[in-house]
Design a protein around this ligand. Structure first.
Ligand code: SAJ
Length: 450
């Protein structure tokens, strides 16, 4: 089988090497020679993985599949002509008005439509607003190819559940939802994904699959917002939200009996919600409702949760000003140190990081601001350093935004040695509040007493 995968990113690369590692399957990756990502073509064809961070098994599998000629990347879109199956894994961002930007998706669909042959299986894996497969992808593919979806070619929406650090693992061991335009499409999709998935495969229609994908992440975003709101309540009442979370989650969690199960799973409050999934997917769900829904209404809980999570960097500034007020300090006279720029601990991924809005809220108001992150070398012209002492020296406030492991071992002695003023704002529950106070720090934390 010849599989063509479009979009050599977090989704496209692992799925390509997994299929390429199976007998009788050859994979061609398609990547535009864009300024940002064009370099990946030659990089991968040399057998090297452009995916950062620690992804067990990925580097080796990519090297092996490229070496044996089972995986090759090109920008030549005529490749679609001799594809038996095509996976679309291009980015589908939302803009500042929370509207999906489908330009690259539409271009890819047009290219495919113009080249593909009858009998091809087209699998859309990119996260899209519910309704996109039937109302955007299908019309473009049919118009450009002159073929009929469902009869001349098969169309499927099947979403990935990859997570940073577990790309290959999740693709292999997590169950998968396969939404087909017709039941025959779904069946063909199931047979196709059986090549790489050793967990249950569930057949459904495209719309149900699209909604399931964005609901998976919206569920998580709403749960984090719940934890953040409880944290604000705990700050106001003067208790530690992490005690409350520990007690709430101490209900028996007998997963073998989910219906009779009283379990709770309160998430973790923090400095904000970043990444490529959670800040985007709730808006895609709402866009689908607004655009294709027959009954119009505003999904308040989802929207308010998203806005509450986006307000957490601002809350971090509130905590900072509260701490400075206690010490009669002025922000304009102070050096502020942000600890962590990545959106996720022990990762170099800074997509939609809450550290950026917090930096922008502070940069014009404090004498100096520096960002420490050993996983990230640079981001635009921001003052990012990997040197902890340089970051701490003469600092008047340390603000924890990302829970990198190295911050768990920071000793108060070290901090007091280099900082000018002992103030900590803890956005990720790294420090013990009582110990900080005993060591003479002015201390504030998300969900902690002031
Ligand atoms: N966060 C909190 N509190 C929490 C959990 C996360 O504030 O209780 C914050 C994190 O600090 C981060 C953001 O939310 O800034 C996102 O964290 P995440 O763990 O959800 O990581 P992501 O963005 O990589 O989410 C992905 C998603 N996977 C897919 O879309 C396939 C998500 O559905 C997974 O649940 C998540 O990975 C995971 O569990 O690793």
């Amino acid at each position: 089988m010849h599989l063509v995968v479009v979009g050599m990113g977090y989704v496209g690369i692992p799925v390509s090497v997994l299929f390429a590692s199976k007998p009788g399957i050859k994979v061609t990756g398609i990547q535009r020679r864009s300024k940002r990502s064009g370099w990946k073509i030659d990089f991968i064809n040399k057998g090297k993985s452009p995916v950062g961070g620690n992804e067990p098994g990925l580097d080796q599998l990519l090297f092996d599949t490229v070496k044996k000629g089972a995986f090759f990347v090109t920008d030549d879109i005529t490749t679609y002509e001799n594809a038996d199956a095509i996976i679309i894994a291009v980015q589908t961002p939302v803009d500042e008005n929370h509207q999906p930007r489908y330009e690259s998706l539409k271009q890819v669909l047009t290219d495919i439509g113009q080249q593909m042959q009858p009998g091809t299986l087209v699998c859309l894996e990119s996260t899209v607003a519910p309704g996109t497969t039937d109302n955007v992808a299908k019309p473009i593919l049919e118009r450009e190819s002159g073929l009929k979806a469902g009869t001349d070619f098969n169309l499927v929406f099947s979403y990935e559940r990859v997570m940073v650090g577990r790309l290959l693992h999740n693709l292999t061991y997590y169950s998968r939802i396969v939404g087909g335009l017709t039941t025959e499409c779904a069946q063909r999709g199931i047979e196709f994904y059986k090549n790489i998935v050793s967990a249950p495969l569930f057949a459904t229609d495209t719309l149900t699959a699209e909604i399931s994908k964005v609901v998976e992440n919206t569920y998580r975003d709403v749960n984090i917002a719940f934890a953040n709101e409880v944290a604000l309540i705990c700050e106001s009442l003067g208790v530690n939200v992490h005690d409350v979370k520990r007690f709430v989650n101490s209900l028996p969690n007998d997963t073998s009996n989910p219906d009779a199960n009283p379990y709770r799973n309160m998430h973790t409050p923090g400095a904000g919600v970043g990444g490529h999934c959670l800040p985007k997917d709730p808006w895609l769900l709402k866009y689908g409702l607004d655009t294709y829904g027959k009954i119009k209404f505003n999904p308040e809980i989802i929207v308010k949760s998203r806005l509450l999570n986006d307000s957490m960097p601002g809350h971090m500034k509130t905590l900072l000003l509260d701490a400075f007020a206690e010490r009669n300090m002025a922000l304009s006279e102070s050096k502020v140190t942000l600890m962590g720029f990545a959106f996720l601990e022990n990762s170099d991924d800074y997509r939609n990081t809450p550290a950026l809005p917090l930096f922008n809220l502070l940069k014009g108001e404090c004498k100096q601001i520096v960002i420490h992150d050993t996983h990230i070398v640079e981001y635009e012209d921001l003052p990012i350093t990997q040197d902890l002492v340089e970051a701490l020296r003469d600092s008047d406030c340390l603000i924890v935004v990302t829970k990198h492991n190295e911050y768990r071992e920071l000793s108060f002695d070290l901090l007091r040695k280099y900082m000018r003023t002992p103030v900590i704002i803890d956005g990720r529950n790294v420090f013990n509040r009582q110990e900080a106070l005993t060591n003479g720090f002015t201390f504030r934390g998300v969900g902690l007493p002031r």
